[in-house]
Structure formats: structure tokens, C-alpha cells
Design a protein around this ligand. Structure first.
Ligand SMILES: Cc1cc2nc3c(=O)[nH]c(=O)nc-3n(C[C@H](O)[C@H](O)[C@H](O)COP(=O)(O)OP(=O)(O)OC[C@H]3O[C@@H](n4cnc5c(N)ncnc54)[C@H](O)[C@@H]3O)c2cc1C
Length: 406
């Protein structure tokens, strides 16, 4: 480990950090990547890898590695409504050309990204950032607990990729937890769940509305099972999500048979999800925040790896330009939020509206009930998986009228 000044220090080696470190190193910059855990490390997640994440993985030249690693392939989505109607809809071929998706345990997926980053830059595991080093009111480095004791590292830029509990976001951008814009979710792996059909299952189960219970197929017939809700709803309704999952898997008529011979093969773990339903401050003098540290998770689906990797890529581009211009001040770095919101701002706003529509049980019963009985309705919904433009149809009364008469 060198003791001089790095071009950039990336704090956190998850999808956002490893992506940022890889792209910036490829531009010839000297990057230090710090990760508090040691590999292999897990991250509590549904493990569903979206088309957006797969696209950036391809840009990094890592698709083959995902294909060669243990994973499951999925070909559509299954929904059930609060009143228990169920429908499976295949991913349609469309402008985004998505016909299959992947479910890959994060202990595997993140390691692929980490190994790539560590082949390109100086990457240190077991190094936990404890605070930013401030000089003249601006971030100049990172103080970290490492395997060889506390160390100080200096960088022209600090990229905070240290997840939802980010030290960098708290210190540089005053981040606090906002329960109306954060979810809490529980997840465990199971063996022996029956009735899986190669789709990602999202169940709007009555007792945890507004929120959902999921069953995602994992490798070799295992299942990633979880439940998530907005933190503000959990506390307002005093819901115990772990107990709710137990009740759903043992008592709900849709699931009790499917879990009758199943066995939980991991502890049940909870983690926070910082939703992109509100724009937070994500840059400061010498600092950029990416991924969960920047609160970019899709507010409707809970999908966060795609935006984590995309923000890592955009941050690397802006970081390179700032280093080139020798200007890492807040004004120059404002290119980063501008570019990021241009890319994902509309999508996050649409998802936020859908999250609020999803609080309406009647509407969910109607949409899923229609889809269960009408091919036209299924096709209308399928096209919204494969086209960004069609997704905004959910916001139009016309979409629901079309369903009504389909
Ligand atoms: C239960 C659950 C289910 C989910 N399901 C899905 C899903 O199916 N698909 C999907 O796309 N998204 C899902 N998400 C969201 C997704 O997990 C996150 O959006 C994604 O992990 C964000 O990546 P990241 O790199 O920003 O953060 P993280 O993956 O959290 O990575 C942050 C890294 O920083 C390290 N770190 C933390 N603090 C420090 C520190 N002080 N110093 C050094 N290193 C540090 C951590 O060890 C970690 O490796 C889910 C989330 C939850 C909680």
C-alpha cells in the first residue's frame, strides 16, 4: 500500500464500488479500493440481476464469468394479488431485448466484480473506513481500520460506495435514514420449495401490504425467499416481518403446500433498502456517492444492483474528467448528479408513482385479476417489462381502461 496521494479512493467493494474502481482504473487513474469485509462476503439480497446490471457486466467483459458461475435463469415474472389470484407473464422481447434474467447469489456475483476490480487497481479487503480526513473543510482522504492497524489514505477524490450505512454519505452529505423513503426486507435461502416455474415470483400478500413476499429461483433448485415493506409502514402498522414470513409460508393457501417439505438452509437476515423515491445530495467537494450510499434503489421493485453499477460507471467518467481538469470541487462534480438523473430520474419517478398505486389493493386485485383471465392484458403488461416507454403506461388512466376492456 503506497502512502502518497491516490487519484481516487473508492470506499466499499460491492457492485457500485467495484464497477467505479474498474472503469476509473481502465482510464489509467491510480485507484485504491477499500472493502471492510474479507472475501467471500455475502450481502442480504434477492439476488435477481436485472438487464441493466447484465448490460454493464457485459461492458466490463464479465458475462462469461457469470454464465460459468452457479446461477439460475429466469424467463418471466409471476404475480399474485392480495385476494390470491396468480398470473405468470414471460419477459417479452422489446427495445431492451430482455428475454431472460439471472439470479446469482451475491457472494458469487460480487466476487466476480471484485476480482475484476482488484486485477486493475490496488484493492484491500478487511479495511473499514471509519471517517473522512478533512483538510480545509474538504475531504482529503480516508481513515481506515486495516488488518495491520489504523491507517490514513489520501486521495484527490473519494467515491463513497459503502452501502446503505455509508460513513462517507453521512460525513460528506449529512445522510440520515428517512423511513418514508427506505424499505426493510428479510431474506433466507430454502431447499425443497415446490411449484417454482422459472420466474421471479412477486406476491402482494395481504398481511404485508403495501409490500411484497418474493420467491426467486436460485441455483440447483434452491430458492431465495423474502419479504419487504417501507419502514414507515412497518412501524405505523407494527408489523413483524419475520413472523409474517413464517405465517405466509405455513398458513397462506397459496404457499403452505409449496413450503410443506421445504427446509430453510440459511439464517433469516434483514437489511435496509435506501429508495430513490427522493433525490438526495450525492456529491460534495472531492466526493461522489454511488449505489446504496446514494440511495438509488428502484422504489417499486426494490432492484438496486443495476443503478449501483450504472452510478459507478457514470461517477468514474465524471471523476476522470475532474482529474483531467484538475478541478474536483463541488461545482465541477455537479455533472455527476446531472448525468445520473438524466439517465434514471424519470424511471425512478415512474416507479415511485407505481409504489404509491401499489398501496391500492383494489387496483392490484383488478390488474392481476385481469391478467389472469385475459391474454391481451398479459401482453399489455409483458410489453411494459421490455420497454421503458411502455412502463410509463402504468401511470396513464388509458392503460387501465385498455385492461378493463381486454
Ligand atoms: C433483502 C434485500 C433484497 C434485495 N433484492 C434485490 C434484488 O433481487 N435485485 C437487486 O438488483 N437489488 C436488490 N436489493 C438491493 C441491492 O442489494 C442493493 O441495491 C445493492 O447491493 C447496492 O450495491 P452497493 O454496491 O451500492 O452496496 P452494497 O452491495 O451494500 O456494497 C457495499 C460494500 O461496502 C462495504 N462497506 C460498508 N461499509 C464500509 C466501510 N465503512 N468501509 C469499507 N467498506 C465498507 C460493504 O461490506 C459492501 O461490500 C435488495 C436489497 C435487500 C436488502
Amino acid at each position: 500500500m503506497g502512502s502518497d496521494v491516490y487519484d481516487a479512493i473508492v470506499v466499499g467493494g460491492g457492485p457500485a464500488g467495484s464497477t467505479a474502481a474498474s472503469f476509473l482504473s481502465k482510464k489509467g487513474r491510480r485507484v485504491l479500493l477499500l472493502e471492510k469485509e474479507s472475501w467471500p462476503r455475502d450481502k442480504t439480497c434477492g439476488d435477481a440481476v436485472s438487464g441493466k446490471a447484465v448490460g454493464i457486466l457485459a461492458e466490463l467483459g464479465l458475462t462469461q464469468q457469470l454464465e460459468a458461475a452457479p446461477h439460475a435463469e429466469v424467463f418471466g415474472l409471476t404475480f399474485s394479488s392480495p385476494e390470491g389470484r396468480q398470473v405468470s407473464i414471460p419477459f417479452a422481447q422489446g427495445e431492451e431485448n430482455i428475454t431472460k434474467g439471472y439470479v446469482c447469489r451475491r457472494v458469487v456475483y460480487d466476487h466476480i466484480l471484485w476480482k475484476n476490480a482488484s486485477s486493475l487497481c490496488e484493492a484491500v479487503e478487511g479495511a473499514e473506513a471509519v471517517s473522512l480526513i478533512m483538510q480545509g473543510g474538504k475531504a482529503a482522504g480516508v481513515r481506515a481500520k486495516t488488518k495491520s492497524g489504523e491507517r490514513e489514505f489520501f486521495g484527490r477524490l473519494i467515491i463513497g460506495a459503502d452501502g446503505v450505512y455509508s460513513v462517507v454519505a453521512r460525513q460528506a452529505c449529512g445522510r440520515t435514514v428517512e423511513p418514508a423513503h427506505s424499505s426493510i426486507a428479510y431474506r433466507a435461502y430454502y431447499e425443497g420449495v415446490t411449484g417454482m416455474n422459472g420466474t421471479l415470483e412477486v406476491h402482494f400478500e395481504k398481511s404485508i401490504m403495501p409490500g411484497y413476499f418474493w420467491i426467486f429461483p436460485a441455483e440447483n433448485g434452491a430458492a431465495n425467499v423474502g419479504a419487504g415493506m417501507l419502514m414507515s409502514d412497518v412501524s405505523a402498522r407494527k408489523i413483524n416481518l419475520a413472523a409474517a414470513m413464517e405465517r405466509i409460508t405455513t398458513q397462506n393457501p397459496l404457499f403452505k403446500e409449496r413450503f410443506a417439505g421445504a427446509r430453510r438452509i440459511s439464517p433469516l437476515k434483514a437489511w435496509q433498502i435506501p429508495l430513490g423515491s427522493k433525490r438526495r445530495k450525492i456529491h460534495a467537494d472531492n466526493v461522489l456517492l454511488v449505489g446504496d450510499a446514494a440511495c438509488l434503489v428502484d422504489p417499486f421493485s426494490g432492484e438496486g444492483m443495476g443503478n449501483a453499477m450504472l452510478s459507478g460507471k457514470i461517477a468514474a467518467e465524471v471523476a476522470d474528467e475532474a482529474l483531467q481538469a484538475q478541478d474536483t470541487g463541488e461545482a465541477f462534480l455537479s455533472r455527476y448528479p446531472q448525468r445520473l438523473w438524466k439517465e434514471i430520474g424519470n424511471e425512478l419517478a415512474t416507479s415511485y408513482t407505481m409504489q404509491r398505486l401499489g398501496k391500492n389493493q383494489w387496483l392490484l386485485n383488478f390488474v392481476i385479476g385481469k391478467a389472469a383471465t385475459s391474454k391481451k392484458a398479459r401482453d399489455a403488461i409483458a410489453s411494459t417489462f421490455s420497454s421503458k416507454k411502455a412502463r410509463s403506461d402504468y401511470l396513464s388512466p388509458l392503460f387501465y381502461l385498455k385492461l378493463l376492456f381486454s
